[in-house]
Design a protein around this ligand. Structure first.
Ligand SMILES: Nc1nc2c(c(=O)[nH]1)N[C@@H](CN(C=O)c1ccc(C(=O)N[C@@H](CCC(=O)O)C(=O)O)cc1)CN2
Length: 301
């Protein structure tokens, strides 16, 4: 096989998160324009505590994307030495500000600040990350609530790849509050049969090999290799791990891309897969929050 033909074969399997996120952002741009025509300007407050370099990049990109789709953004940068009470006071102020529709606190927070206390302080109707227990509970009950951005982005990729997910066996590897658990709830809501694997699961590879869909969200570079994948499965890689290899810094996922690619029918790359969807879905959630706060029905996704 010539390398051009081989490249085409690889490309045909790739789920292009950049392209799909561009579609989402175009939809959001149109929705924002329609709201503005009715006198409603969606606004998002982004809170960053400390100077974590990756978080600084994510926050900058969130503010940039907001500007591109027409969402007003307010950036609040607090020093790493801020007390929990100072962070809570800012959230209280943003909760009370009727012109702010969405509040996002970038994670991770510095070690001395209690993440749960901060996330629970955000008014659930402005919780565009979907991390408040009110929204977490609503999601598990199948209610129409603000949903965590990364899992919501994965669902959009899966639906565009497979169409109807009903009856598919989905395996989620990882049980974090931010990705694994909400991902399982969303797959269940889409009528999948869902298995969640974690560090105490017995023989996880054999269980994962039964799946039509594998979502890897463990935070361990290249952990999911060919042993975990049934031929024809769709593989969604949520991992973003920076590693040193051959003297270079590289970004790799939780999936061993080279070994899984020949088996998968479709797979997200890292970078360029799930990552770009996270920020696009944040913009979508901000519009949803603005619509709900103005008593407008939310559009079906
Ligand atoms: N409050 C939140 N904090 C964090 C979240 C979140 O959803 N809410 N998720 C992550 C970080 N994150 C957004 O905040 C995020 C991560 C990655 C990407 C992304 O586009 N990744 C690119 C690669 C970027 C790079 O080169 O480093 C990709 O995968 O293609 C966007 C957003 C933790 N914190």
């Amino acid at each position: 096989m010539s390398s051009a033909v081989a490249n085409k074969a690889v490309e045909s399997k790739l789920i292009d998160g950049k392209a799909v996120s561009a579609q989402v952002l175009a939809e959001v741009t149109a929705d924002v324009a329609a709201l503005k025509a009715e006198g409603i300007e969606p606004a998002l407050a982004v809170v960053l505590v400390g100077e974590d370099p990756a978080s600084q990049v994510y926050v900058r990109n969130k503010v940039l994307r907001a500007g591109e789709v027409g969402i007003r953004s307010l950036e609040h940068r607090l020093p790493a030495t801020s007390t929990q009470d100072e962070v809570l006071a800012l959230i209280d102020e943003l909760n009370r500000d009727a012109s702010v529709n969405g509040i996002l606190v970038q994670l991770p927070l510095p070690w001395h600040i209690n993440e749960t206390a901060v996330l629970q302080a955000i008014d659930p109707i402005k919780d565009v990350d979907g991390f408040h227990s009110e929204n977490v509970g609503g999601l598990s009950q199948g209610r129409d609530v603000l949903t965590p951005c990364t899992p919501a982005g994965c669902m959009r990729l899966l639906k565009q790849t497979l169409g109807d997910l009903s009856g598919k066996h989905a395996v989620v590897v990882g049980r974090s509050n931010i990705v694994g658990k909400p991902m399982a709830a969303l797959l269940l809501a889409a009528d999948c049969t869902v298995t969640v694997l974690h560090s105490r699961s017995k023989n996880p590879q054999a269980l994962s090999r039964q799946a039509d869909i594998v979502v890897a969200a463990v935070g361990r570079p290249r952990m999911i290799d060919a042993e975990w994948i049934k031929p024809g499965a769709v593989v969604i890689d949520v991992g973003i791990n920076r590693i040193e290899e051959d003297g270079k810094s590289r970004l790799v996922g939780d999936v061993d891309f080279a070994s899984v690619l020949p088996l998968a029918s479709a797979i997200t790359p890292v970078p360029g897969g799930v990552g770009p969807m996270t920020i696009a879905l944040l913009m979508q959630n901000t519009v949803t929050a603005a619509r709900q706060q103005h008593g407008k029905p939310t559009q079906a996704q």
